[in-house]
Design a protein around this ligand. Sequence first.
Ligand SMILES: Cc1cc2nc3c(=O)[nH]c(=O)nc-3n(C[C@H](O)[C@H](O)[C@H](O)COP(=O)(O)O)c2cc1C
Length: 452
Amino acid sequence: MTQFRSSRSEMSLGLFLLGAGHHIAAWRLPEAPPNAAVSFPHYQAIAAEAEAAKFDAIFFADSASVRDFGISPIDRDERSIRLEPLTLLSALAVSTDRIGLIATASTTYNEPYNLARRFASLDLLSGGRAGWNLVTSANAQDGPNFSLEAHPEHGVRYDRAHEFEEVVRGLWHSWEGEDAFPLDKTGGQIFRPEALHPLNHKGAHFAVRGPLSVPPSAQGHPVIIQAGASEAGRDTAARTAEVVFAAHQSFDEAFAFYQDVKRRLAAYGRAPEDLKILPGVSPFIGRTRAEAQASFDELQDLVTPEVGLKLLQPFAGGLDLRDYDLDGPLPDLPVTTNAIGRQKLLVDLARRENLTIRQLYLHIAGARGHWQLIGTASEIAGELEHYFKNGAADGFNIMPPALQRSLGPITELLLPELRRRGLFRKDYTGTTLREHLGLRRPDLPAFPQFAA
Ligand SMILES: Cc1cc2nc3c(=O)[nH]c(=O)nc-3n(C[C@H](O)[C@H](O)[C@H](O)COP(=O)(O)O)c2cc1C
């Protein structure tokens, strides 16, 4: 059987930004701005650093509700407050000029015309640097904010997502022909009317006439990203996504996922290089392993039992873990209706490794089930190289544990080590997100760009 591996010699690296960092206690470090989750100067400084380091893109996750509202105490979790990502990226589009700008947006809680228009606008404004992380929404608390009593069930969400994506893509293809935009002042014509087509979509979920009022950007249209790992999620990825964000704990898992998703592409007439797979990784880097471990331990010591239990509560199936001894074993949990896979993963882990409740929450405090590495730059670069060269990744979505502390070692120790191994760019060679990622440009006319 064919074994897939990256077709490029250099990896793609995204920087996944979340408030003060991915570690749940990052905002409590002395150097972290306590308002990082909603601070523009904070994100502006980080985006500038990421661009100077030549990352492919910065990425923001999203959900449209206060996280875990009504499930567990929320006042000690930085993730309870956040900015809407497209708005934030529109501001960052002005303060950066090369780095890609990826925002998450839900197909369950949006209308396709609105979303197609917003992303196309960001794409045009930023000179072709936008990406859309298509999610069906993992967070069940979003439903009641959108006139729904409950979060629609998994199959229904993916069915809607399928049609939603077709409509968005169709709207992005509203324009065609090389000479679509004469912008001819003398003749008085902005675009050729033959170049603009309505969509006239009528489906189970949406009826959208089109066309879209925003012309294509320098990269054609925004890059489509997907982050679901279920059967339906993988299929959506193979059918439509150009990048997949994944969460794995081991090489074997990452390899199996990579091979499976790449193999599915052929059924949709797509080539392996049409889709880039980027697992998440949260690195704690030190000049020595002991220094990396000390930095990790300092963050772990800031996780209070209230916050730790909050992390576990969504997977507890309704059981209040506050009633149990933190240093005792995890009790048997009633099955959740949500996050079934994640609950099983945690229970299996606790049983296999004989973890107490405290040990279990500390285990997920750093990267929420993503791959976590603690070591020197050379050790971590070696791990990434192994994944990249052996069919488990086309690059990585780097999740800094604590931005003020972790970004320096990432850009000053890890990236130079990857460059030394010939695995990461020294400078940008293109201007668009598609060019950074090595993705094909869709056949669309670019609206002429003018220097300011
Ligand atoms: C790196 C990464 C980022 C994600 N970001 C979001 C997000 O911002 N919002 C969201 O609702 N789900 C997010 N997800 C979750 C997935 O999109 C998806 O909803 C979840 O994996 C459940 O879908 P599945 O059943 O297909 O796996 C993310 C997943 C990964 C791996």
